[in-house]
Design a protein around this ligand. Structure first.
Ligand SMILES: NC(=O)c1ccc[n+]([C@@H]2O[C@H](COP(=O)([O-])OP(=O)(O)OC[C@H]3O[C@@H](n4cnc5c(N)ncnc54)[C@H](OP(=O)(O)O)[C@@H]3O)[C@@H](O)[C@H]2O)c1
Length: 305
């Protein structure tokens, strides 16, 4: 299939692009960060007038995975107008344009659509309660995409992996500080379900191939606190987990409100796919193996001409 990926220089988009390459023709949308990626790119700022139509008409993909966004919660609080344009209006325009062209679209949403007040896991039937500007814009995108393009997939995700900057994911934050013997905190009262970005990419491609549509939770199968996640990374890399101190998010200076419980059930997805999702330990093993095999240097080489 011909697969178009927006945000192909970002943490998720780049990992999906690399994962898809062996079986699909991949075209990324980039704003000039990638100089020599192993896939074709179209340079475009998707907020420019007519960019959505011109990119889709130039690429003519079968599938679109829309990863571009303002994904930094603090940046969304600082510039709500930009957050709305990027996170809500752009996906809405893409969904309509994909519908007109019969392109199957995946809109990447977030686990952060919930306020975290539920005990136990959230299913797709639970109503979102956004508690930040980021979450509000992502919920608005979910509604707009499914309204104008019922064949689309809206995937609520949480993921980690290696990024171009080396600083984008929480896993990289822990790994960087641990390898530099720097002490750091990990939140004990934020529960989430991290999935390796490559496993997320594989899963989304299977969902597209199977013709699934509608709203799905596409996250890891093992809920844990952010502190526990840091400890798991330290142990896998044989680094000193005592550098990580358990801390409450209540004591943080973050502006955007965060939910305490983002445990999302993946039962609907594993039933519809007919197979279990990759385990947390398989994801962590992959994160470790990639590091040992020089994956981070490989990513950096894509930014050199
Ligand atoms: N990271 C997480 O933990 C997390 C968790 C849940 C959900 N999500 C969702 O997952 C998706 C991907 O997140 P991410 O962490 O991979 O984001 P990221 O690393 O911040 O990447 C964002 C991407 O969007 C591109 N972009 C931004 N504005 C653009 C514009 N006007 N035109 C074209 N491209 C533009 C960026 O391009 P440049 O490189 O040129 O800036 C970059 O490639 C987002 O929808 C996010 O909401 C993320």
């Amino acid at each position: 299939m011909k697969l178009l990926i927006t945000g192909s220089s970002g943490l998720l988009g780049l990992n999906i692009a690399l994962e898809a390459l062996s079986a699909h023709e991949v075209i990324g949308v980039d704003r000039a960060k990638l100089k020599s990626p192993p896939f074709q790119t179209i340079q475009a700022d998707l907020l420019d007038d007519d960019a959505v139509d011109s990119v889709l008409d130039a690429a003519r993909p079968d599938w679109l995975i829309h990863c571009a966004a303002l994904a930094d919660l603090e940046a969304c609080e600082a510039d709500p107008g930009l957050a709305r344009r990027l996170n809500a209006e752009m996906p809405s325009a893409l969904a309509k344009a994909c519908h007109e062209r019969s392109i199957r679209m995946v809109q990447i949403s977030t686990d952060a659509v919930f306020d975290g007040m539920k005990s136990g896991s959230y299913t797709e039937d639970d109503a979102p309660v956004p508690v930040s500007i980021y979450a509000r814009t992502k919920v608005d995108a979910e509604h707009a995409v499914l309204e104008s393009n019922p064949e689309a997939i809206v995937a609520r995700v949480n993921f980690y992996g290696w990024s171009l900057s080396g600083r984008r994911s929480l896993a990289e934050f822990f790994h960087h500080n641990l390898t530099n013997n720097k002490s750091m905190s990990g939140y004990i009262d934020v529960i989430f379900c991290p999935m390796h970005a490559a496993h997320l990419g594989q899963t989304l491609l299977k969902m597209l191939a199977k013709g699934l549509h509608g709203l799905y939770h596409v996250v890891g199968t093992q809920p844990m606190s952010k502190y526990q996640f840091g400890v798991e990374i330290a142990r896998r890399f044989k680094l000193n987990d005592s550098e990580i101190s358990p801390k409450s998010i209540q004591s943080s200076s973050l502006v955007a409100r965060r939910a305490h419980n983002l445990y999302l059930s993946v039962n609907k997805l594993s039933t519809d796919l007919g197979e279990p999702l990759p385990s947390f330990s398989a994801g962590l093993d992959l994160f470790y193996a990639q590091f040992k095999e020089g994956f981070t240097q490989k990513l950096k080489s894509f930014t050199q001409a």
